[in-house]
Design a binder for this molecule. Structure first.
Ligand code: UN1
Length: 496
């Protein structure tokens, strides 16, 4: 069993605390993945000081050269894809096809960032005065605190760090304590690709110590956080008080709507993947299924049949559809929602229990669970569960479906299955989500498009796409006047 280190000050070092935590396989908790530093505030302090030195150097490296480092990062990730997928499944639990996809999302993000090094556009516009140039351009912001969740151990850190680095910032990275091994490998790859060592700092540990120290550090002007709504609120309060630039990605309560005219086979595949892929542990997971009355009964019966055939198990074994939950507390939370559903008189049509299989007793497994007859406004229908629990709601019309979709505090993704092109466009306009899929499930974001939600899902920023490059850079404006005279804006221009 390996004991891992932090990467601080340009070298692999032990934590100042001398303390470590164990990382175990959620499919079989007798399998110890490794020991990782339980770091403290002192480690964060050293990391930030070093990152400031890294920043001073890196910001002066031309953006195309920074992009070239990220191109090499992408190449190395391609080469190590299978190995990373395997170690990710071991520490996180989702099946290999999903962890391969997770690495691929990182690869896509790397190559996108690499080419962005030759763009990073500003604007040159005509000045209103003669013999004067007016332009805007981008500057990096400083040391970025990168705090990431367990469910996309590679994709989410790359979404944040690759654009941050491309823009010329340095990063202090705290991966979720459930997936430190993937975080370790990502830093290894960045270094092997030629990133100057002090530009990246890896500090392992827990939110209440390491995360908190990063967020509260006065020399970390940028924070990017993906995680729970509760933690996001605390992070947001601190950043607000300290005037920090903050990107928050938090909860979802995403719905798939299936109307009477839909391609039902396609909609069925979509909901199985959206609700039970990653064991429901995506902020984009389908946790509500809104069915129009004409197809409700038939669709529900087919869904129950197909969902009951999903195979739970170790994600590294062939044939596994659904892996375990990340830890015991998640499983208990899921169980508490099964109880809530029953109290609210929803109809438990599938699952609701831990599986009985002998080989599943050492992991945090939970059966795919479906409640039907769920009432709009009930807790089951409103609250994020982050597990394999799907709530089915019956509606009369598309209008009612759209209203129910919007009537939650979150607004990440939504999905509509219909053959009516007019309705599809209306849905794009009226559904209150950052992402709406037509005839596709609520999950499956692509690296070159902006990712994020409205309402309490986030704070208006986006990951991915070119939008994220705006978050990690400051727009600066330059004026250059070669007229040799004082020209007073708004007074001496030709309009006057
Ligand atoms: C998340 O769950 O936090 O589209 C991100 C998707 C993934 C990203 C999910 N590519 O579901």
């Amino acid at each position: 069993m390996t004991t891992f280190k932090n990467f601080i000050g340009g070298e692999w070092v032990e934590p100042s605390t001398g303390d470590y935590f164990e990382n175990r396989n959620p499919a079989d908790t007798t399998d110890l993945v490794g020991r990782f530093p339980r770091s403290g505030a002192e480690d964060v302090q050293r990391a930030v000081e070093s990152a400031q030195r890294g920043f001073a150097l890196w910001r002066r490296t031309p953006a195309p050269a920074r992009g070239d480092v990220l191109r090499r990062v992408g190449d190395l990730m391609v080469r190590r894809k299978e190995e990373i997928a395997d170690l990710m499944t071991r520490e996180m639990g989702k099946p290999l096809n999903e962890t391969r996809g997770d690495v691929q999302e990182g690869i896509d993000t790397a190559f996108y960032a690499a080419t962005e090094g030759r763009r990073l556009f500003g604007h040159t516009v005509p000045s209103e005065l003669r013999s004067k140039w007016a332009m805007s351009f981008r500057r990096p912001v400083g040391v970025c605190g990168i705090i990431t969740p367990f469910n996309f151990p590679m994709a989410i850190p790359t979404w944040k760090m690759f654009p941050a680095l491309l823009c010329g910032n340095a990063c202090v990275f705290k991966p979720a304590e459930d997936v430190p091994h993937t975080g370790h490998v990502l830093v290894e790859i960045l270094l092997e690709a030629g990133l100057p060592p002090e530009v990246i700092q890896l500090v392992h540990g827990f939110g209440e110590t390491v995360g908190k120290s990063i967020v509260e550090h006065p020399d970390v002007p940028v924070i990017s956080f993906t995680g729970s709504t509760e933690t996001g609120r605390i992070v947001g309060e601190t950043c607000g008080r300290m005037h920090k630039r903050l990107s928050l990605e938090m909860g979802g309560k995403n719905a798939q709507i299936v109307l009477d005219d839909a391609d039902l086979d396609l909609a069925l595949e979509g909901v199985l993947w959206g609700a039970f892929g990653t064991t429901g542990q995506r902020c984009t997971a389908t946790s509500r299924l809104i069915l129009q009355k004409g197809i409700h009964d038939r669709f529900l019966a087919d869904l129950e049949k197909r969902a009951s055939a999903l195979r739970l198990g170790d994600g590294r074994k062939d044939g596994t559809d659904v892996g375990p939950l990340i830890h015991e507390a998640s499983r208990e939370k899921v169980e508490s929602y099964v109880e809530i559903g029953q109290k609210e008189k929803a109809d438990l049509v599938l699952g609701g229990e831990r599986p009985s299989g002998k080989d599943l007793q050492n992991g945090h497994f939970f059966q795919p669970t479906i409640f039907a007859g769920v009432k709009a406004g009930s807790r089951l229908e409103q609250e994020e569960i982050f597990g394999p629990v799907l709530s089915v709601i019956r509606v009369d019309s598309a209008d009612e479906a759209f209203r129910i979709n919007n009537d939650v505090k979150y607004g990440l993704s939504s999905s509509l299955y219909t053959r009516d092109v007019n309705l599809a466009f209306r849905a794009l306009e009226t559904l209150d989500n950052g992402i709406t899929y037509i005839n596709a499930p609520t999950i499956g974001a692509e690296a070159h498009l902006p990712f994020g939600g409205v309402k309490q899902t986030g704070n208006g920023h986006r990951e991915g796409g070119w939008e994220v490059y705006e978050f990690y850079s400051e727009t600066k404006v330059g004026y250059l006047d070669y007229s040799g005279t004082l020209q007073r804006a708004q007074i001496d221009n030709y309009l006057g």
